[in-house]
Ligand binder design. Structure first.
Ligand code: NAD
Length: 369
């Protein structure tokens, strides 16, 4: 059996707690002979700064690049907020993404039946929701040059950034979206602002050309970002896969994730290009941050990280059936009314992080019989 090398980066705050819970689930897959992992741990974020005076060492980065996949929890916390920007915890994560070439960010927004009432939208609008937002992660206005702040002769200042997208940058993210759509509902909605931005026009034209040349089986539609934001809260179930740039994706993916009502439930994957050796750099991480307000209390919801591990099984290790099994186990646990405090409904007694992991493991055992 192939041994998959996983680098686990717990980071800060609740990171070590949700990682420990996820490792219990990983252990179940190992113990039952479904997969073999060689897991090593490393420091990132404030935890790395405290030891090494940098949020990501070259050594940890090299280990991340040499692994088959990285499982990352979360970084940040008030104790590091006063540090200079170049050594802040966030910088460690940005460097990891950039240096590993993780250009595609996949964020599913799925509403499980048991949690449909947790959404801020009406239950029937979101029940059964299953959309995937594919965001370009290392291009666009967050990285475009020129950028800066300049002093003007009249004593005022001007801040500026540049939005750029080239054909190869657009095509590689579009391929990811079309390939995903092929395994789902075969529909892609590309989101841009082509009515007022040249970069959006190039984005739209390149994606259309690619679809016509290589993905005739996929239904492609285009939407302006302002309309998309509106449609996401009006009739979110109209979407299957949404593909968009870095800036719009940042905003829309947060919006879409909140349709599900619970930050502690949302996983994500960031993928790079498949190399000559067939390996694809990948980092799997929950959407939530380090939750300093509940750190150390043992009450964090580990499901976002456990679902991130399910995405790892599916996308990095081609173990789709095992990913399905894990997601099903977690859904059954929730349907049975077992909840951490963030998703508990009136009348339900919240359980701990560890108890949630144990409940998922027990349900895995029951399903696998
Ligand atoms: P946050 O996601 O950490 O917390 C927001 C709220 O959601 C808090 O009330 C928190 O208790 C709750 N929450 C989050 N995850 C939870 C979980 N798994 N279970 C139960 N409740 C959960 O966002 P924030 O408070 O804005 O930021 C806190 C720190 O995290 C900051 O330093 C920020 O920079 C950092 N951050 C990191 C990431 C990341 O690592 N990718 C993402 C966002 C924020």
């Amino acid at each position: 059996m192939i041994v998959r090398k996983v680098l686990a980066l717990a980071g800060d705050g609740i990171g070590p707690e949700v990682l420990a819970a996820t490792r219990r689930v990983m252990d179940w897959f190992q113990a039952t002979g479904r997969a073999k992992f060689e897991v090593t741990e490393g420091l990132i974020g404030g935890a790395s700064y405290d030891v090494h005076k940098t949020p990501l060492t070259d050594e940890t980065l090299a280990r991340a690049k040499a692994s088959d996949a990285v499982l990352f929890a979360c970084i940040g916390g008030p104790q590091w907020d006063q540090l200079p920007y170049d050594v802040r915890p966030e910088k460690g994560l940005l460097r990891l993404r950039k240096e590993m070439g993780l250009f595609a960010n996949l964020r599913p927004a799925i509403v499980m039946d048991a949690l449909a009432s947790a959404s801020s939208l009406k239950t029937d609008l979101v029940r059964g929701l299953d959309i995937m937002i594919v965001r370009e992660l290392i291009g666009g206005i967050y990285f475009g040059e020129p950028r800066g702040v300049e002093q003007l002769p009249d004593g005022t200042r001007r801040g500026y950034n540049t939005q750029t997208y080239s054909t190869p940058e657009i095509l590689r993210i579009a391929h990811v979206a079309f390939d995903l759509a092929r395994k789902r509902g075969k529909r892609v909605c590309s989101v841009d602002k082509a009515n007022v931005m040249e970069s959006g026009l190039v984005w739209r034209e390149e994606i259309t050309k690619l679809r016509n040349a290589q993905y005739p089986d996929i239904e492609l539609s285009h939407m302006y970002v302002d309309n998309c934001a509106m449609q996401l809260v009006r009739t979110p179930k109209q979407f299957d896969v949404i593909v968009t740039d870095n800036l719009f994706g940042d905003i829309l993916s947060d919006l879409a994730s909140m349709l599900t009502g619970s930050l502690g439930m949302l996983p994500s994957a960031s993928l790079g290009a498949v190399g000559a050796d067939g390996r694809q750099p990948a980092v799997y991480e929950p959407v939530h941050g380090s939750a300093p307000d509940i750190t150390g209390k043992g009450i964090a919801n580990p499901l976002a990280m456990i679902f991130s591990f399910a995405m790892m099984l599916r996308y990095s290790f081609n173990l789709g059936a095992d990913a399905d099994l894990l997601e099903k186990a977690a859904q059954n646990v929730l349907s049975g009314g077992v909840r951490t405090g963030d998703i508990a409904e009136p009348g339900q007694t919240p359980i701990s992080t560890t108890a949630m992991a144990d409940a998922v493991v027990a349900e895995l055992g029951r399903l696998a019989k």
